[in-house]
Design a protein around this ligand. Sequence first.
Ligand code: UTP
Length: 292
Amino acid sequence: MTHTIRKAVFPVAGLGTRFLPATKAVPKEMLTVVDKPVIQYIVDEAREAGIEHFIFVTGRNKGVIEDHFDMAYELEATLKSRNKTAELELLGAQLPMAGSTSFTRQQAPLGLGHAIWCARDIIGDEPFAVLLPDMIMRSKKGCLAQMLEVFRATGDNVIAVEECEPDMAHQYGIVGVGEARGKAFEITQMVEKPAKGTAPSNFYISGRYVLQPEIFKFLAMQEKGAGGEIQLTDAMLKLMSRQKFWGMKYEGETFDTGSKIGFLAANVAYGLSRPELSDGFRAEIERLLRKA
Ligand code: UTP
């Protein structure tokens, strides 16, 4: 069994209906937090964790994501002719190595589980990571890098978990908590959006997974779950009867940029943490708060 994770899947085929009309023509993953598209934060986290191959499951209207991770030849030629070296370096630093990205299409948004299944042939027979591209995880050591420590120690499936208010558990995928091991614990149960008052804990699955390739057998069944969608949680639950899953208590902050509040909060947090912006931005926020 290999204890290395080389490949990561970014499911970017959702419709982003909570962000209409912005997402009518622009994918929600391309909305910007300060000056970078959301997807760039997620890819950077994967790169920091040592991921070598970035697999995007896209859909209609998502072509600009491909362009974002490609060379912009005309733009770069123009920047060069104008001696804009800082901008050129910025673009160069975010460009993935040739051959390290793959794009496959999910023709219809049938659910997260179905989106991951679309990447099966590109993944092949090795463990891999999944990063939800609308969850920005901000921490000293990236969330995926934290998870890979648990993966290297156990060789099992690992899911990042965080605590929510108990009365909000019905909005999330919730896990049952078993035996602890360092900052991880064995997962005993998983339930997607449990009915109020029935959640096995208040630890929710927060958008990062390290999975064994056997998950594809269960995703291939294409069974519909909560919301009539093919859910990743349902396939993980089936795999749990054969393999161990660990919940890793993620240390850091999470911004759900798929929700308006989360998206706005991410812009404020990242804006305030940028040295060249923080003073001016803070003054502007304080002025607006006084007026509100
Ligand atoms: P979400 O349900 O949060 O995203 O799925 P959404 O459907 O795009 O957003 P809303 O609810 O309509 O506003 C979580 C992630 O899974 C991807 C989405 O792109 C998102 O990043 N996803 C979801 C797929 O790739 N395919 C699907 O069929 C469903």
